[in-house]
Design a protein around this ligand. Structure first.
Ligand code: MG
Length: 398
């Protein structure tokens, strides 16, 4: 904790896309934030060391313990000597480090332990690692106090802001009719199922509005990302799946909206820039000035909305199904998808077979309660193994 008025921040995944954008926000607001700790995978130790030196971190961790000697050398080269921790336990220790807010920007299921560690330590959790909430739903929900998780995902930040904007009544579950999650539609928006058979990884990697890593970009093309976000919205806001809609909005300016029972809809608008939801989650309840550019109202805009084509993009309906099943089902959906994306990228699986294979793995899974990290990770591993069998086997020759 800080004696001055600045908020101390721990960044997990500091060398990744969300982490570097968070540091950009922090660098531009030196009186508002300070960095207590950093954690990263270990693939970019030179960047991590420069971050530690530039922001004066007290502690630095790498998930890959083998990267420690290189990290120590890089830290020495930039003339700083923070405490160095290693391995998944080291990252979890940084997640529980004394601070005001922990940003979890780790990618994938690996982020679960850190999410739980930060919540257990009582920190505010700026959550960019949606997978940890989705796969560990019951575990995370049991630990999280109301308001302790601040969503960084742009859609959920928009939903949260719309609920806040509604005033105290916005949190009355009776006042909310539905959450409306927007989707850019990805690069294949408007294409019918029959037209998606020959899609290549190169075509899928060309995202129209957001610049992201390869897995999340493919998830955006299949709309699996939107499916995961529907589950995330359900878990964050306690709204039933029948009251969470998805609407395609190609411009990605309206990041999501909340419809209330009186017929009013409150939406949040801003040009696509992750620094805005990051800054809001780090600075809450304050808003950070100039976190990102606002909509330019001096020029003409056209914003369009269209329904989702569930036949071409069955991933969202499948996510509703696994989300409603709960327990280990969302972990299986997430893990099977990651293996199928890998197979697609390697040219071993057609585009449409990504979600079809995930559905086959989900159908073969016996759902259990997801009461422990071990149980969640076992379901995750089972799903990966089953998906590998299907993507390596006779499936493709049919
Ligand atoms: Mg999102």
């Amino acid at each position: 904790m800080q004696s001055d008025s600045s908020r101390s921040v721990v960044l997990l995944g500091s060398t990744g896309s969300v982490g570097t954008q968070a540091l950009d926000v922090i660098a531009r607001n030196p009186g508002r934030f300070k960095v207590a700790g950093l954690a990263a995978g270990g693939g970019r130790v030179d960047l991590l060391a420069r971050q530690a030196a530039g922001f004066g971190a007290e502690v630095v961790a790498v998930a890959d313990a083998a990267a420690v000697p290189a990290l120590r050398a890089a830290l020495a080269a930039v003339g700083v000597s923070p405490r160095v921790l290693a391995g998944p336990e080291g990252v979890a220790e940084v997640a529980a480090w004394p601070c005001d807010v922990v940003l979890n920007g780790i990618t994938g299921a690996l982020g679960l332990t850190s999410t739980l560690a930060a919540l257990e330590a009582g920190r505010s959790l700026a959550l960019a690692n949606k997978e940890s909430l989705i796969i560990g739903g019951p575990l995370v929900k049991r630990l999280a106090k109301p308001g302790q998780i601040l969503p960084v995902d742009s859609e959920h930040s928009a939903l949260q802001q719309s609920l806040w904007a509604a005033g105290p009544g916005g949190h009355d579950p009776e006042a909310v009719r539905r959450l409306v999650v927007t989707a850019s539609g990805g690069p294949f928006r408007g294409m019918r199922r029959a037209e998606l058979g020959d899609v290549t990884p190169e075509m899928a990697l060309a995202h129209p509005t957001w610049s992201m890593g390869p897995v999340i970009t493919i998830n955006s093309a299949t709309l699996v990302n939107k499916g995961l976000e529907v589950i995330e919205a359900h878990l964050l806001f306690d709204i039933g799946f029948d009251r969470i809609s998805v609407v395609v909005h190609p411009q990605s300016i309206i990041h999501s909206m909340v419809e209330f029972v009186d017929g009013s809809t409150i939406a949040q608008a801003s040009p696509p820039d992750m620094r805005l939801p990051i800054a809001l989650a780090l600075g809450h309840p304050a808003r950070v000035p100039d976190a990102a550019p606002a909509v330019d109202w001096t020029r003409a805009h056209t914003w369009t909305f269209e329904p989702l084509d569930d036949e071409a993009f069955p991933s969202v309906a499948l996510a509703r199904h696994v989300g409603a099943e709960g327990g280990t089902a969302p972990a299986v959906y997430n893990a099977a998808n990651e293996v199928c994306v890998e197979a697609f990228m390697a040219g071993r699986l057609p585009f449409l077979a990504i979600v079809d294979t995930v559905a086959a793995v989900v159908a073969a899974h016996t759902v259990t309660a997801a009461d422990s990290v071990e149980e969640v990770l076992a379901a995750d591993e089972w799903a990966r193994a089953r998906a590998r069998e299907l993507t390596n086997g006779a499936y493709l020759s049919t």
